[in-house]
Design a protein around this ligand. Structure first.
Ligand code: NAD
Length: 424
């Protein structure tokens, strides 16, 4: 299987989000999306910008910029994380919100896409300062958020604690407990079993589905995983349970290679007892780029964006790439991989297990009835398998890569709802 898709005509360097939109353009063209729907789907439905005055521990008042963008809410309430970083800009939040629209649509969960962020340096803030800033943001967004409207979740530098503060502040403002207003909460506040492993589990299920289509047996297939955080370590652990031999893992300290196979559970325990890194792990030390070009059957980039580029794509030997990270392949590598016949399960499909279980968390909150981990996993696996099959069929129909097929499935779904709901 090898495809040639036109490269976007948008200059040399694109940031990962422009990169994502360039794939949107290719898919929209293949789908024959008409110009008016194209312009509706490219534009965010709502942008909210707020100033958040917060009293710092030393008594000074600092004003933080906060954003929430709802890209599209055709399929249901908008869903998407909140990130705390000095790099937060409106453009980035807009693009990430669009990304969420396509991700939710491709796995068929009834959500639109949104994203939020606060420009801040969380590492230099105290817990009290973070709490006051998070509560100020919630107050400012009280008319935006809502279980039926817009449901935030964790993203970069936010986690269960921030979600607990948002849930608490929102509930106080409304006068009743409203756990369904956010997902990614601690278990005791209505979080879901299975959420921590959900993204890595979805990566494993996607890899298995792809391997079945490619006639690759998981037993004994070799695999390299870049990144050893939540997504990378759990993907590696679960792929190993399926019989794959994990020959290389990596983190920010570099790559660790053992052709006889790495014991992933041992590596996880090592990392936990070693200040959270793999530094010094007993295996041959290689670079992160060496890991990407290893002669393996399956490659899972699960660290960060723009790792597979036009510079190294020609050297990649894996037969299958399963994108655990968001945007790990830059747009100008797509054509090279396609020409080489390397199959790619794209990020908006491969790592959607996380948002799928977030959806289950919201469902359980609204039901007031909590599922066993086994039930959560079973339903998530089914969702991921169905999504893969839909994308696979679209790729056959449109004679395109799985990445473009995933965008086609998502754009088609959202465009159809737009037609049915109508435009003024
Ligand atoms: P994490 O912070 O838990 O782990 C990131 C890992 O990548 C760490 O092991 C870190 O050492 C490593 N890393 C950082 N810089 C690196 C570099 N230059 N080279 C190699 N390794 C490097 O993050 P995570 O939650 O596992 O997320 C990883 C990716 O998956 C991100 O792109 C994220 O957006 C995406 N993602 C995460 C989820 C989720 O549920 N956690 C869901 C969807 C997508």
């Amino acid at each position: 299987m090898s495809y040639k898709e036109p490269a976007p005509i948008t200059g040399q360097h694109l940031n990962p989000f422009e990169s994502m939109m360039s794939r949107f353009d290719i898919a929209a063209k293949k789908l024959g999306l008409d110009d008016s729907l194209y312009s509706v789907l490219k534009s965010p439905a709502k942008i909210v910008m707020v100033s958040l005055p917060v009293t710092m521990d030393n008594g000074d008042v600092k004003v933080f910029e906060g954003y929430r963008v709802i890209h599209n809410a055709n399929l249901g309430p908008s869903k998407g994380g909140i990130r705390y970083s000095m790099d937060v800009t409106l453009d980035e939040v807009k693009a990430l919100a669009a990304w969420m629209t396509w991700k939710c649509a491709v796995v068929g969960i009834p959500y639109g896409g949104g994203k939020g962020g606060i420009k801040c340096h969380p590492q230099s803030m105290s817990k009290g300062e973070l709490e006051r800033m998070t509560r100020a943001y919630t107050v400012a967004m009280v008319d935006v958020f809502g279980p039926e409207k817009d449901i935030p979740a964790p993203d970069m530098n936010t986690g269960q604690q921030e979600m607990a503060w948002i849930m608490d502040e929102y509930s106080k403002l409304k006068g009743y407990s409203s756990p369904a207003v956010v997902t990614g909460k601690p278990l005791v506040l209505g979080g879901s079993l299975g959420r921590v492993e959900a993204t890595g589990r979805g990566v494993m299920v996607s890899a298995r589905s792809a391997m079945a289509k490619m006639g690759l047996s998981p037993v004994g297939a070799t695999c390299a995983v870049q990144g050893f955080g939540n997504v990378g370590s759990i993907s590696a652990k679960l792929l190993a349970t399926q019989g794959l031999k994990i020959v290389a893992i990596s983190d920010v300290t570099g790559g660790y290679y053992d052709p006889n196979g790495i014991n992933v559970e041992e590596a996880i325990a090592y990392k936990e007892g070693n200040k959270g890194t793999l530094e010094g792990f007993k295996a041959q030390k290689i670079s992160n780029n060496d890991l990407l070009i290893l002669d393996v059957d399956v490659l899972v980039p699960a660290a960060m964006e723009d790792q597979i580029t036009a510079e190294n794509a020609n050297d990649i030997k894996a037969k299958l790439i399963v994108e655990g990270a968001n945007g790990p392949t830059s747009w100008n590598a797509d054509d090279i991989l396609n020409t080489k016949g390397i199959m790619v399960v794209p990020d908006i499909l491969a790592n959607a297990g996380g948002v799928t279980v977030s959806y289950f968390e919201w469902v359980q909150n609204r039901l007031g009835y909590y599922w066993t981990e086994e039930r959560v996993n079973r339903r998530a696996d089914r969702t991921m398998k169905q999504a893969f099959e839909t994308v696979y069929q679209a790729a056959q129909k449109h004679d395109c890569s799985w990445r473009i097929a995933a965008y086609i499935v998502a754009i088609d779904k959202v465009a159809n709802t737009q037609k049915l709901r109508g435009v003024f």
